[in-house]
Every structure is written in structure tokens, then in C-alpha cells.
Design a binder for this molecule. Structure first.
Ligand code: 5GP
Length: 184
């Protein structure tokens, strides 16, 4: 087991390394089948999706192109406007391409919605989204991600790329933080 001091802050493990590995392999297989006649641009939304992305692309069997994007969200603290702007835009020319946006987690769904709308203006062939985690109860069905790994409850999770204040991204599993971490 990978022991770090970060582990002491975890209340419970939601998905183990093994469970994630199995599910990501399934997702990779599913996407390989769907895009078997295409060379999609798979875009990792930094930084949260980075760990998921590197596993997912290795489970993808076929040609694909790497891309990394980074976005800033703007909005009130209590209510996200879902408006995003690029901190780092796509490197690939997307014209006529199938694009797959790879996110860590869908909460309100507004980030993915905004990215999809933005890409629709770039003359792409198609845009789909895949997220490792889906807070299913937190967004209307029309803002759902196209593909996802696991449905989760409305709780704050870290690990496998997801952070709290920049920490915990390196945990190999998805866990729930102890309340005492927030209270400090
Ligand atoms: P949305 O636009 O779907 O509300 O926001 C998605 C983003 O919010 C994710 O990419 C992630 O950065 C952040 N987020 C939402 N829920 C969680 C969570 O439980 N844990 C962490 N670490 N980030 C989250």
C-alpha cells in the first residue's frame, strides 16, 4: 500500500486502485469501439483529469491525438456561473475532428456544457465528454456527461488527480476527506 501523510486525512475510500483500474479499462474499451473508424483528439482538462487521462489513453486501442487544456471558472462563490475561459487552449487544429473532453468529475455540469458550446463554434465533427466521476444528483439530465466511470453522491472527494487546496492528487484511490481537514 502506498503510504503518505495525506492518507491520514482520508475518512473513507470510495473506490480503490483496483476498482478504478478495472472501470477505466472498460471505458477505454468502450471508447475504442465507438471511435474505431476515427482518430479523436482526446483533451485532458488540467489538472484534475491528468491521472485519469493517462490511464484512459493507455486503455484506448487505436489512433488518437493528445491535447491538454486548462480553464478558469468565473462566478459567485455560492453559485457557479459555469462560464469558463481558457488558461491553456487546444494545441490541435480541431476543424473536422472528433473531440473527446476528459474531465475528472461532473458536479453542476456547467464546465462541460460551456466547453461543448465553445467547441461547437470551432467547426468540429463531434464533441463528447467523459468524466471519471459523476455527481449524478447535482445537475439536470441535459447537462450529463456522455460517458463516465462511477456515479457518486454529493460529497467532496479527492485522490486520483482530484485535489483539496492543491493536495491529495497523488493518492491512488478516490477518498472522502475527514471533516477536520475542512474545519482547520
Ligand atoms: P462543474 O462545472 O461540473 O460544477 O465543476 C466541475 C469541477 O468542479 C471539477 O472539474 C472539479 O475541479 C470541481 N469539483 C466538483 N466536485 C468536486 C469534488 O468532489 N472534489 C474535487 N476535488 N473537485 C470537485
Amino acid at each position: 500500500m502506498h503510504i503518505t501523510t495525506a492518507e491520514n486525512d482520508i475518512e473513507s475510500i470510495l473506490y480503490t486502485e483496483e476498482q478504478i483500474k478495472k472501470r477505466v479499462a472498460e471505458l477505454g474499451k468502450e471508447l475504442s469501439e465507438i471511435y474505431k473508424d476515427s482518430t479523436p483528439v482526446m483533451a485532458c482538462v488540467l489538472k484534475g483529469a491528468s491521472v485519469f487521462y493517462t490511464d484512459l489513453v493507455r486503455a484506448f486501442n487505436g489512433h488518437m491525438l493528445f491535447d491538454f487544456i486548462s480553464v478558469s471558472s468565473y462566478g459567485q462563490a455560492a453559485k457557479s456561473s459555469g462560464k469558463v475561459s481558457f488558461k491553456k487552449d487546444f494545441d490541435n487544429d480541431l476543424k473536422g475532428k472528433d473531440v473527446i473532453i476528459v474531465e475528472d468529475i461532473v458536479d453542476t455540469g456547467l464546465t462541460l456544457k460551456y466547453l461543448k458550446e465553445l467547441l461547437a463554434e470551432r467547426d468540429v465533427k463531434s464533441v463528447k465528454t467523459v468524466a471519471l466521476l459523476n455527481k449524478y444528483e447535482c445537475h439536470p439530465r441535459d447537462l450529463d456527461t456522455d460517458y463516465f466511470g462511477f456515479k457518486i453522491e454529493n460529497q467532496f472527494v479527492v485522490g486520483y488527480g482530484l485535489d483539496y487546496a492543491g493536495y491529495y492528487r497523488n493518492l491512488p484511490y478516490i477518498g472522502v476527506l475527514k471533516k477536520s481537514v475542512y474545519a482547520d
